[in-house]
Design a protein around this ligand. Structure first.
Ligand code: AHG
Ligand code: MN
Ligand code: MN
Ligand code: MN
Length: 332
């Protein structure tokens, strides 16, 4: 049982991917290569982020993306870097990105995989030296190889992910990912240019004492949502909200807690994007023993209708997410 073959802390990411290859649903080596391509792009983006205060790549790019958000220069740079790495790697036929309205065809029609990516998460924190991230989901295409990927390849439910992960550019840079056999975290060692296994087999606490939500929007919360937030306060939970989903999620994953981006009167589906943000983190949290829901049903089973669909998100420790669902049941 290769899964039981525990690899020691300090194993390099490349070696880990190689040794774990047998655990993948398709032990072809192509998914391994794809994960290495993502890790390489992450190193490049990490370098850009680290020196962003010194060169002129902080601040607004001067355009809006399909989400109606002002793009930051690093949004655009990260998007280019990841697309380039995936195109050069050759394993991916089609990419969908938060920053691009349409599917991106890589020209690798033999590629068996489709990638959904939030190249840079936490845009508003770039200019102020606060943790930001990258989030990705990997799907196997359903259309036959030899042609471009289709919208059907891209619009699969989260249950079909074969791998998902995130990079957090924080006080240290980490890559955390799953291929459906647990969750492992790797910390980047700058001087060596390598990710090393630092958080093997991450399991998230069943419960916790942190709640993370933008309470500035509480005017627009439903009564049920407001009642759940009041409950968190009665329980004396700590409020923690960075405003970078990756960083808020990562903290709660390790410490126990709940992250919420609810539906509001202004945004009936919340803000977060199902394909670029919610599904990847939902896969990871479930693999770590936690739970993810839109307040009513399992994130991973939500049928996407469009590439840029949004979904409310309640994610983290199982007991806390279930409690939130209990409160929200009053709404439905
Ligand atoms: P992105 O920077 O990729 O557009 O994502 C921003 C998201 C997410 O990172 C964060 O949790 C959320 O927006 C914060 O939104 P509010 O400012 O509305 O709280
Ligand atoms: Mn954005
Ligand atoms: Mn994001
Ligand atoms: Mn983003």
């Amino acid at each position: 049982d290769h899964n039981k073959l525990a690899l020691p802390v300090g194993t390099t990411l490349d070696r880990f991917i190689m040794r774990k290859q047998e655990d993948f649903p398709y032990a072809t080596g192509e998914l391994s290569q794809l994960l290495r391509d993502i890790a390489l792009a992450a190193k490049i983006v990490n370098r850009e982020i680290n020196r962003s205060g010194l060169i002129d790549i902080a601040g607004a790019y001067g355009s809006q993306n399909v989400q109606g958000e002002d793009q930051q220069k690093l949004d655009v740079i990260a998007n280019i870097r990841f697309i380039r790495a995936l195109r050069n790697g050759g394993e991916v036929c089609t990419i969908i990105s938060e920053e691009d309205e349409d599917m991106i065809q890589t020209g690798n029609n033999q590629g068996k995989y489709v990638v959904a990516i939030d190249p840079l998460d936490g845009s508003s924190n770039i200019d102020v030296n606060v943790s930001i991230g990258t989030i990705f989901s990997i799907y196997r295409r359903v259309s036959p190889t030899g042609t471009e990927g289709t919208e059907q390849d891209c619009l699969q439910t989260g249950t079909h992910q074969v791998a998902a992960g995130y990079v957090i550019y924080g006080s240290s840079t980490m890559l955390v990912y799953t291929t459906g056999n647990g969750v492992n975290g790797f910390t980047y060692e700058h001087s060596l240019g390598e990710f090393f296994l630092s958080h093997p087999n991450i399991s998230t606490p069943k419960t916790g004492a942190i709640y993370s939500v933008n309470e500035g929007s509480s005017e627009y919360f439903s009564e049920a949502m407001a009642a759940y937030v009041a409950y968190c306060k009665q329980q004396n939970f700590s409020a923690r909200y960075i405003g970078s989903l990756v960083a808020d999620f990562h903290r709660n994953l390790l410490k126990g807690g709940i992250y919420m981006y609810p539906a509001t009167k202004k945004a009936p589906n919340g803000k977060l994007r199902l394909m670029y943000e919610c599904n990847a983190l939902a896969f990871i949290v479930e693999q770590a023993g936690g739970k993810s829901s839109n307040g009513r049903s399992r994130t991973l089973e939500i049928e996407p209708k469009g590439l840029h669909d949004r979904s409310p998100l309640f994610i983290g420790s199982t007991e806390l997410v279930e409690k939130a669902e209990e409160f929200l049941a009053a709404e439905y």
